[in-house]
Design a protein around this ligand. Structure first.
Ligand SMILES: NC(=O)C1=CN([C@@H]2O[C@H](COP(=O)(O)OP(=O)(O)OC[C@H]3O[C@@H](n4cnc5c(N)ncnc54)[C@H](OP(=O)(O)O)[C@@H]3O)[C@@H](O)[C@H]2O)[C@@H](O)CC1
Ligand SMILES: Nc1ncnc2c1ncn2[C@@H]1O[C@H](COP(=O)(O)OP(=O)(O)OP(=O)(O)O)[C@@H](O)[C@H]1O
Ligand SMILES: [Mg+2]
Length: 368
């Protein structure tokens, strides 16, 4: 009986394997066909070495030295707009990553429900419980409360080197209306904005918030990118021409910078495309995009400082600070993820990667 059962099991296994093999062969044949027709496979094009950014040199060039004459704040003041009833991890990951990389101050503007939770994760963060969701606001109070929320953030605005809009923001319509106003104020004050997570949901439906703003960076994941492409280009994602499509997308949104996250990260400002393919981690635990958004904000601020101080004599290329910020953030996250995975393997979590940010940067730019 057992033997019979075993044989049946084997037969089923073999037929499943044969089916899988046949499917894999069909996929392989299709890829070979595409290679013949197109010359290079779409995925290989994304990793074409001629587009690969010189990430280590960029990290070295833009990371400031730890100079005793500098005062608190000069290494960067970052604000994360995000954190609601459901999500408290995402804004924390973004804000703490900014500090762990070397920013001096990291603020979080979130809802009241989220604030005490985020504060309890870390005393290092400055947490403002100012955002409101529809359930806590009566219709008659909306205008007045919206004005207060925007004013609360605006009184800090000039001090920030960069805003990160979206990690754990949620999609409440009233809250998103207030955040739209905050983004308009940031733009008026020339404060750079990194848009991620639910911020991308907002922006995809209100492109005018970022369109034509050269200090805006969008960091879409695979789904967020798909939604952007559908909305802006009115077509599907085309991996056979990933670079061309990304260039066009960034150009269509008026020259904003887009960091398309994936197996290789691709960056474009509508003028050039660069890739970062450094080996990261095979773990896809949630929160890595949040580390990235906080990191990009810091590196963008450092790149801008560097460009100002060097009066345009920067020895690296490209020279657009938003592109430099994306390349540096992506490379550092991938190095940290790789190191965390070496230690933790399958149990690697976002907090383990955050713990590896400092040592990964130290490896490239020693503090002393
Ligand atoms: N610890 C925390 O607090 C964290 C909070 N976070 C915060 O969560 C908020 C939402 O961000 P998000 O990335 O989870 O949202 P979204 O892109 O909607 O994907 C959700 C899932 O839906 C699916 N899916 C969506 N679209 C699809 C499509 N077109 N086609 C097919 N499937 C599609 C897909 O799931 P799947 O179908 O693969 O199971 C996908 O994984 C945002 O504020 C963010 O910052 C994160 O940062 C993580 C850590
Ligand atoms: N297939 C992959 N192989 C290697 N690295 C990847 C892969 N996909 C994403 N990454 C890396 O993980 C980082 C985060 O990308 P991901 O697509 O997970 O973002 P996300 O979905 O927004 O994350 P979050 O869970 O924080 O919202 C990217 O910068 C990229 O470097
Ligand atoms: Mg995300």
């Amino acid at each position: 009986m057992l033997v019979k059962h075993g044989m049946n099991h084997l037969t089923v296994l073999n037929s499943a394997r044969n089916h899988k093999l046949a499917t894999s062969l069909a996929v392989l044949r299709r890829q070979q066909f595409l290679t013949r027709v197109l010359g290079v496979r779409g995925e290989d094009r994304m990793q074409d070495p001629k587009f690969e950014a010189d990430a280590d040199n960029i990290l070295r060039a833009i990371t400031p030295v730890l100079d005793p004459t500098r005062h608190k704040g000069q290494a960067g003041k970052i604000a994360v707009i995000g954190g609601c009833r459901e999500y408290t991890g995402a804004p924390y990951f973004a804000a703490i990553s900014a500090l762990k990389i070397g920013a001096d101050l990291s603020h979080v503007f979130c809802t009241k429900d989220a604030a005490s939770v985020i504060k309890s994760y870390s005393p290092e963060l400055i947490v403002h419980p100012v955002l409101e969701e529809s359930y806590s606001v009566g219709d008659r109070d909306k205008d007045h409360i919206s004005r207060n929320v925007v004013a609360e953030v605006d009184k800090w605005m000039e001090r920030f080197d960069c805003l990160v809009v979206g990690p754990g923001l949620g999609r409440d319509p009233f809250l998103l209306d207030c955040v739209s106003e905050i983004m308009k104020q940031a733009r008026q004050s020339n404060v750079p904005i990194v848009v991620d997570g639910d911020g991308l949901f907002l922006v995809t439906n209100s492109l005018e918030l970022v369109s034509g703003y050269p200090l805006a960076i969008l960091t879409p994941n695979v789904y967020e990118y798909k939604r952007l492409v559908q909305k802006v280009l009115n077509c599907e994602v085309n991996d056979q021409d990933a670079h061309g499509q990304l260039l066009l997308l960034a150009k269509q949104i008026g020259g904003v910078t887009i960091l398309r996250k994936g197996k290789s990260d691709l960056v474009s400002d509508g003028e050039i495309v660069k890739s970062v393919s450094i080996y990261g981690s095979p773990r896809r635990c949630g929160g890595q995009g949040d580390i990235l958004s906080g990191s990009v904000a810091v590196f963008l601020s450092w790149a801008r400082q560097c460009i100002l101080a060097d009066e345009g004599n920067l020895s690296i290329s490209p020279t657009n600070p938003t592109i430099l910020g994306c390349i540096a953030g992506s490379a550092l996250l991938r190095k940290a993820a790789s190191l965390a995975f070496e230690n933790r393997k399958r149990s690697t979590l976002t907090t383990d990667i955050i713990e590896c940010l400092g040592i990964s940067l130290e490896d490239i730019c020693p503090a002393c």
